[in-house]
Design a protein around this ligand. Structure first.
Ligand code: GLY
Length: 584
């Protein structure tokens, strides 16, 4: 699949360039300390290969494959298997993932969809009470009802069979070793277990694993073994993904989901047996000299990010810089406009008609960008009318997506590039644990209502459908070559975290570490959210003067990014989490 031919690269002409009445500022004048209140991480350099993931054990597993001569796909498999052990709250073999991949030899960019699917047995009322009203979020999440058919194991095998170099079994060694001999529990994992005791203890296996014999939650620094996970991995290493999707493991998954006492689900062995990974054309949006490519439907990631960047491309945001409130107004309101379209139009396009091309059409983006030409907050934001031959009317989606998930980026010595965002949805997913891994709650990424006032919601639940995601694994292309791999966890905040990192690096000239560290400021639905404990808080009065509502809160991104610049690689991990970059 040739990138140039296949991308939905919809050219935005830069004919509309609106200059708000603001002082211009050079990016050179910005001291990184002035824009971050966060502890620092070091920008890493390399030349042969590089991996950046959310956990040092996981990065080390990927690095071990690269040192042995493995490629980016081999490293990806080993990294994911370890993440499922050491960062089990975020992703794992009980979940799903989206992969963006640059194949250096073929000079082709493609994307793989390992998203969970809704079981065939779901009905539109799955997340509604007897009166047809939506359930409370956690009443839906905890238990079997929210569990979708996991896609990650098939994604790993499918891509390894096509693109990997090392033997499949070799990729399991780091995870098997850690699961058998133990790993040191990180402060973040310990804190999250302590905060989630009530829900986690509802699953007997999760209770036994995440709590000590005296009932106390596992502590940071404790050595934790997971023999059940080791057994599961051994079966998959020996027999391939079919050991997961058929037979003992599949039966146990189904038994756990359907047998969940308070909240049983409908997953069946047929759902697992028929699960398929889909290779999809990436969605690319032009941005100045770059093309920003990512995961199309069922993810809203690339379309929403592409809309934001497309609108910004009509403004001189590079000269405006990060210390100009108008830069943040533009980012915030471009994001609000894009989220309005996301809420109405974006879902699994294999199931519902979607104006995928229209949402990034140059004229349409220009029209939406024009709405931003004032210098105060937009009074309201409504979805637009992208060009679309279809006459479908949709009601607004109401899916709640709380922060979760993990992102990692890899570049190998042949310059293959991996940008993968991976999840079990909420922290610890459904909280159901089976055979050493947690099961996702991805189905709560669907809208709980199927219709509003009789009008269908695009992201309603249907058998076999993939829930809409915000995951935005991104590969930035420059002059036909991959320039940068980037992505983040964070539920629907993901899109804003990636947009901020891109603007900070591509426009404001911050290096990757500074760009990631730059305090997060997101606006999805009206309120401007400012990252607590950082210099972002200082913007509150100015944003309020512009007419925004402001909320100061934890904005816990986890961006892991790598940039390729000729022979040199630079990479950075987000200091808000426990990430690590390893390079050679
Ligand atoms: N469950 C997080 C996402 O898919 O965006």
């Amino acid at each position: 699949m040739q990138w140039k031919a296949s991308c939905l690269a919809l050219l935005i002409t830069a004919s509309l360039t609106v200059t708000p009445a603001i002082a211009k500022q050079s990016a050179d004048s910005i001291a990184p300390e002035a824009v971050t209140g966060l502890k620092t991480q070091t920008l890493e350099q390399g030349s042969d290969w590089m991996i950046a993931s959310a956990n040092p054990y996981a990065s080390e597993a990927g690095a071990a494959m690269l040192r042995q001569g493995g490629n980016a796909i081999d490293a990806m498999v080993a990294t994911q298997l370890v993440l499922g052990l050491v960062e089990p709250q975020s992703s794992g073999i009980g979940g799903g993932a989206f992969l963006m991949y640059w194949d250096a030899k073929k000079e082709a960019l493609t994307s793989f969809d390992g998203r969970e699917t809704a079981p065939y047995g779901v009905t539109p009322r799955l997340f509604q009470d007897d009166k047809g009203e939506p359930l409370q979020f956690f009443d839906a999440v905890v238990g079997g009802r929210s569990v979708g058919t996991p896609g990650t194991v098939k994604l790993l095998q499918h891509t390894h069979q096509r693109l990997g170099k090392l033997p499949w079994k070799a990729l399991f060694e780091p995870a098997l070793n850690l699961a058998k001999n133990g790993f040191i529990v990180s402060p973040r994992l310990a804190k999250l277990v302590a905060n989630d005791q009530d829900y986690l203890q509802r699953s007997a296996e999760a209770k036994a694993y995440f709590f000590n014999q005296d009932g106390s939650p596992i502590k940071a620094g404790q050595n934790l073994k997971n023999p059940a996970y080791a057994d599961t991995l051994t079966l998959i290493a020996d027999q391939g993904a079919s050991a997961f999707y058929h037979g003992k493991i599949a039966n146990d998954i189904v038994k756990t989901v359907r047998g969940a006492k308070a909240n049983p689900g409908v997953l069946n062995t047929m759902d697992l047996a028929t699960y398929q990974v889909k290779e999809r054309e990436p969605v690319c949006a032009p941005y100045r000299q770059y093309s920003i490519c990512g995961m199309g439907p069922p993810s809203s990631g690339a379309l929403t990010l592409g809309q934001i960047m497309g609108m910004l491309s009509h403004y001189p945001i590079a000269e405006m810089g990060p210390e100009n409130i108008q830069s943040w107004r533009l980012l915030g309101d471009a994001s609000r406009l894009a989220f309005a379209d996301r809420g109405k139009y974006m879902a699994d396009s294999d199931y519902v008609p979607m104006p995928t091309e229209g949402l990034l059409a140059a004229d349409y983006i220009e029209q939406r960008a024009t709405l931003l030409k004032g210098d105060t907050a937009l009074a309201t934001t409504a979805a637009g009318k992208p060009p679309w031959s279809h006459a479908m009317n949709y009601a607004l989606d109401e899916a709640i997506e709380l922060p979760s998930t993990s992102h990692f980026s890899i570049v190998d010595k042949d310059r293959n590039m991996v940008s993968i965002t991976t999840t079990i949805e909420n922290g610890f997913g459904s909280r159901l644990m089976v055979r050493g891994f947690l099961l996702n709650n991805e189905l709560t990424d669907f809208s709980f209502r199927s219709h509003a006032d009789g009008v269908p919601i695009a992201n309603r639940i249907e058998p076999g459908k993939r829930p809409r995601s915000s995951m935005a694994p991104t590969i930035v292309m420059k002059e036909g070559e991959p320039y940068m791999a980037v992505g983040s966890p964070g539920g629907s905040q993901i899109i804003g975290y990636v947009a901020k990192t891109l603007v900070a690096h591509l426009d404001w000239g911050l290096n990757l570490q500074q760009a990631i560290n730059l305090p997060n400021m997101n606006n999805r639905f009206g309120a401007f959210e400012l990252e607590q404990g950082t210099t972002a808080e200082q913007w509150a009065p100015k944003l309020e003067q512009l007419g925004f509502k402001v909320k100061v809160k934890e904005l816990n991104s986890g961006v892991q990014a790598i940039r390729v610049d000729g022979k040199s690689l630079t990479g950075a991990a987000d200091p808000r989490r426990e990430g690590k970059v390893i390079a050679q």
